[in-house]
Design a protein around this ligand. Structure first.
Ligand code: FES
Length: 374
């Protein structure tokens, strides 16, 4: 059942009411130390009816259209590893959620104004409910901690999507899934779909111990003989890339999702097979490649930030203002897009950047200085 507070407020979707809710948000939503379900409900309504509104000065709504958001209710909450919580989401009115395919993710709009992306890890294509799983990263950007603390059964959750940038190929006859820890979330539905289709597949699932490998039992239960479980505490060491790719032939399609060192090792090893499909999804930003230092001028604030060769403009902006809006940090969600007032941008994103726009998580400058509307 939806929280009664949500139903009541939805019935009076009046912008002045909603704006006053925004202005009077409780302080503990920023503290993250104590849940406030009523506040979470109100925040959900504000986000649903107002589109995404960032707490940042670099509000992406200035350059991006308001996107379609959906309201769900948290109907299940379960710890699937000591630091991983799985949330089950359903339509508040009992309807079907939007369709999706394995590898898809949703963009969750958190009560603080953060946006974070989480892969759907329920049964492939299931629309009566979604499942997402979140690893708590205590020293991260705060999104995962907030996901753990802000939502309980009965709470509303606002999301966009689903979107899929990591889809399972239909015509690949031989698949190897390489999984590292929480990287299991997009891959579990892929494995289930491959099994249903009768495609030949194998999986290697690596983690520090079985206890810390979320959804392991579900992966193994699909076809135990096809899954290699690599628990470091049992084998005495981390897997090498040869262990991860054992048995992969020159035409095997490899799907990998896990920590950056694992992903980069697999990418490098598979580079010798130019015609073998390699699909991957990152959970952390890619390293800056061919970075040249530049200056970022925040036009309205009159400040100039120095972006070094090995850091992104987003990193530097977050140093200056921790509330700067971002989500994927990989140039495809559009959350960090800003308006460019002067200077030439080296566009590196995939979310579509006009000449006068910049995805500050990946794009850089061709000129010495870029001036943005910030
Ligand atoms: S944070 Fe997603 S495009 Fe920059």
């Amino acid at each position: 059942m939806a929280d009664p507070a949500v139903i009541r407020i939805r019935a009076q979707s009046n912008s002045s009411v909603v704006e006053s809710i925004w202005a009077s948000r409780p302080a503990d939503l920023y503290d993250g130390s104590r849940r406030d379900r009523f506040a979470t409900a109100l925040w959900g309504v504000r986000t649903l009816f107002g589109g995404f509104a960032s707490a940042s000065r670099w509000d992406p709504s200035r350059v991006s259209p308001v996107r379609r958001t959906h309201l769900a209710t948290v109907v299940g909450r379960e710890l699937v590893a000591p630091d991983v919580v799985a949330l089950t989401l359903a339509d508040p009115d009992g309807g079907l959620l939007p369709s999706w395919t394995p590898g898809a993710h949703i963009d969750v709009h958190l009560p603080s104004g953060r946006r974070r992306q989480y892969s759907l890890c329920g049964r492939p294509g299931r629309r009566t409910d979604y499942r997402i799983a979140i690893r708590r990263i205590a020293d991260g950007g705060g999104g995962s901690v907030e996901m753990h603390e802000a939502y309980d059964v009965g709470d509303p959750l606002v999301f966009e999507g689903p979107h899929n940038a990591f889809s399972l190929g239909m015509a690949e006859p031989d698949l190897l899934f390489v999984i590292g820890g929480i990287g299991v979330t997009p891959i579990l539905p892929m494995i289930q779909a491959a099994q249903q289709r009768g495609t030949h597949w194998r999986a290697v699932y690596a983690g520090r111990s079985r206890d810390h490998m979320p959804l392991l039992r579900e992966v193994v239960s699909v076809a135990p003989e096809r899954v290699t479980v690599w628990a470091d505490d049992e084998r005495g060491r981390c897997p090498s890339v040869d262990d991860l790719l054992d048995g992969a032939g020159p035409t095997t399609a490899v799907y990998v999702c896990g920590p950056t060192p694992m992903l980069e090792a697999v990418r490098a090893a598979r580079a010798r097979h130019a015609h073998a499909p390699l699909h991957y999804e990152r959970f952390s930003p890619p390293p800056v490649v061919d970075g040249i230092p530049f200056e970022l001028e925040l036009g309205r604030m009159g400040r100039v930030l120095s972006v070094p060769a090995n850091r992104t403009a987003l990193d530097v902006m977050r140093d200056s203002d921790p509330t700067t809006a971002y989500s994927c940090q990989q140039g495809f969600c559009g959350t960090c897009k800003v308006k460019v007032l002067a200077g030439q941008v080296d566009h590196r994103g995939r979310a579509g950047e006009a000449d006068d726009e910049m995805l500050v998580c990946v794009s850089r400058a061709k000129s010495r200085r870029v001036v943005i509307d910030g």
